[in-house]
Write a protein that binds this ligand. Sequence first.
Ligand SMILES: C[S@@+](CC[C@H](N)C(=O)[O-])C[C@H]1O[C@@H](n2cnc3c(N)ncnc32)[C@H](O)[C@@H]1O
Length: 245
Amino acid sequence: MIPWHVAAARLGQGDLHPGGAEATSTLLGWLQELPEGPVLEIGPGLGLSTLRLLERGRAVEAIEPNSELARLYRQRTGVQARPLRAEELGLMHEGRYAAVLAESVLYGTDLPLVLRAIAGALQPGGGLLFSEAVWCEGTSAAEAGRLNTESDRRFGIPMASAEPWGWGDWRRMIGEAGLELVREERLGEGSPGGPTREGGWAGAVRDPAAALGMARLRWRQRGFERGEARVESWIGMARRRSRPE
Ligand SMILES: C[S@@+](CC[C@H](N)C(=O)[O-])C[C@H]1O[C@@H](n2cnc3c(N)ncnc32)[C@H](O)[C@@H]1O
């Protein structure tokens, strides 16, 4: 099975994160409050957010562990992503980045470790910008596990973190990592979002296997809405503290 996010990227669909292009636009507005300097994007997928950053004159670096996505990303943005996982961020330059952007990426990582690594990669005063799906408070470990297994089976990707972390847990872990949450916004039920589709049907004509894969994924989506009722979507900005508390 082609995982959903890979099939989407092959078809020219990006912004595969909560709130879609509109959420990214809010995050890029918040970016203005951070120092000038290079931006690191973690798990950029197709690269639509990178393109927006480049249009704004920002220098962008990226890490992308999926080689197929890294190839599509390079084709679209001209940026060569390093083949690293967020957990390996310690290998990057300490204190280099004015901002780190992660959209629908952190939930699938070793979050406490990765948040600390991001804090280390940021300049003092620099900030992490993110858009993520988070379990609703009170979701049990068994329920989170069951929904993630079901999502993985149907779409090749889990719904939210492996642990049943709610927004309160995320806030605590962000603070413990040496970051200060300065902006946070829960995206409402009806907030627009969903993938940005570029190039109409051209992607399907170019890559019929991905188009067929996506049609199968849509079929598997039927009846899975109850799972989505257990997650909520958050965007935020967390700055690196000048010195630890
Ligand atoms: C749901 S897609 C989101 C892609 C893009 N950020 C967007 O919003 O459209 C998740 C992305 O995170 C990447 N990814 C998954 N696990 C990762 C990890 N441990 N470290 C870095 N990137 C990861 C995937 O390869 C993919 O590019």
